[in-house]
Design a protein around this ligand. Structure first.
Ligand code: FMN
Length: 381
């Protein structure tokens, strides 16, 4: 028996999930990770709280090998996306993360800070009025109600080259603070429609200054951020990049150019000084472009670094299948981890995996709402 009382040998079909993995120099006890999830539960001035420490600790105690934090804003200019989002934009925000990370470590998991600049999708920023993006193009869709948004997104101003340089510096400085706070690494949020993904997306990036143009030019900002972050944290600290096709405001978006675009994007990212790629799709195993390989498999094909796959992988057989087929090196769970903070232990023991309860995130996706939902369920409602 393992120290936690579970059999050492899980059912062989899910065994791939429990093999150790190295991300750069970071040893993970298994291949299950918590996906980044914004919970808008920090203090109004962006400090992580004791309740957040409880929330993150539960995933470590439940057996996950890695916890990726919610998206953390990087600067005191235009990075913040949501009110009550935590930051790593100054020393006091850095100090607030320290006990959270220590708790996760105490329970045997590693923790990576996801660094996020919301760009034109910002719907709550206590530092600045107005939003910034690659070009003055109003984002599709409507603001997210479960993060207290309402109505259309504002029309952003196109970033100046100085503003771009400051945003890059913001990522680098926040990464240095993450290291000082005790995090084991940082994940650059290049996915889901936020600033870096806005630069990658041809529909909203109309620039002609070297940050816009073909797919390589549109990736330039992500490349510069990764290089600046690496320079800020040194060689012996994990740096990853998260990437997606879909966006929070344009769920079904696909890269034009299909597999050719994927080859350029993953080939470029794979040559960066980064330790892993985190690839997300609605269902991670589905073909990325109607037919053919999944997006995670394409990342594996074109980048010589570990790939974390995300998207509806709470079914243990699906999750283990991604690893067994070599489409990914680890899996990350969002909703599955919210349903069961001890998902890995449940899988090892063959316990039932319940469906996701959307009420946990409704009407507001914060921890107070989840606590109320839990109390209601405990009370039998
Ligand atoms: C409440 C909530 C908040 C999220 N916040 C973030 C975030 O801050 N950064 C990010 O990259 N993805 C975020 N996501 C997306 C998840 O990381 C993940 O991609 C998504 O939930 C799909 O994975 P799943 O099918 O395992 O839930 C969020 C998802 C949820 C449900």
């Amino acid at each position: 028996m393992a120290a936690d009382g579970h059999p050492l040998q899980p059912d062989s079909s899910v065994a791939p999930l429990f093999a150790p993995l190295a991300l750069g120099g970071l040893a993970l006890r298994n291949r299950t990770a918590v996906a980044p999830m914004t919970r808008v539960s920090a203090s109004a001035d962006g400090h992580a709280t004791a309740r957040m420490a409880d929330y993150y600790r539960a995933f470590a105690a439940g057996g996950f090998g890695l916890v990726v934090s919610e998206g953390i804003y990087t600067d005191q200019a235009h990075a913040q996306g949501y009110l009550f989002q935590p930051g790593l934009a100054d020393h006091s925000q850095r100090e607030a993360w320290r006990p959270v990370v220590e708790d996760v470590h105490r329970h045997g998991a590693r923790m990576i800070a996801q660094l996020m600049h919301a760009g034109a999708l910002s719907q709550g920023n206590r530092f600045r009025a107005g939003t910034r993006g690659p070009s003055a193009v109003r984002p599709k869709g409507r603001q997210l109600a479960f993060y207290r948004g309402d109505g259309e997104y504002p029309l952003p101003q196109a970033m100046t080259e100085d503003e771009i340089a400051n945003a890059v510096r913001g990522f680098a400085d926040a990464a240095a603070r993450a290291r000082e706070a005790g995090f084991d690494g940082v994940e650059i949020h290049g996915a889901n429609g936020y600033l870096l993904d806005q630069f990658l997306a041809e529909g909203v990036n109309l620039r002609d200054d070297g940050y816009g143009g073909d797919v390589r030019d549109r990736l330039r900002l992500t490349v510069e951020v990764a290089q600046a972050v690496r320079a800020a944290v040194g060689a012996d600290f994990v740096v990853g990049v998260r990437i997606s096709q879909g966006k929070v405001n344009d769920f079904d978006h696909k890269w034009s150019g299909g597999e050719d675009a994927a080859a350029v994007i993953f080939g470029t990212l794979g040559r960066l000084p980064v330790d892993y790629l985190h690839v997300t799709e609605f269902e991670a195993w589905q073909p990325a472009f109607g037919e053919g390989p999944s997006l995670a498999a394409l990342a594996k094909q074109h980048a010589p670094i570990p790939v974390l796959a995300n998207g509806s992988l709470h079914d243990p057989a699906q999750a283990a299948g991604m690893l067994a087929r070599g489409e990914a090196d680890a899996v990350t769970l969002g909703r599955g981890a919210l349903t069961h903070s001890d998902w890995p232990q449940r899988v090892r023991t063959g316990a039932v995996i319940a469906p996701f309860d959307r009420e946990l995130l409704s009407p507001i996706a914060d921890l107070a709402n989840a606590d109320r939902r839990q109390a209601k369920r405990d009370g039998g409602n």
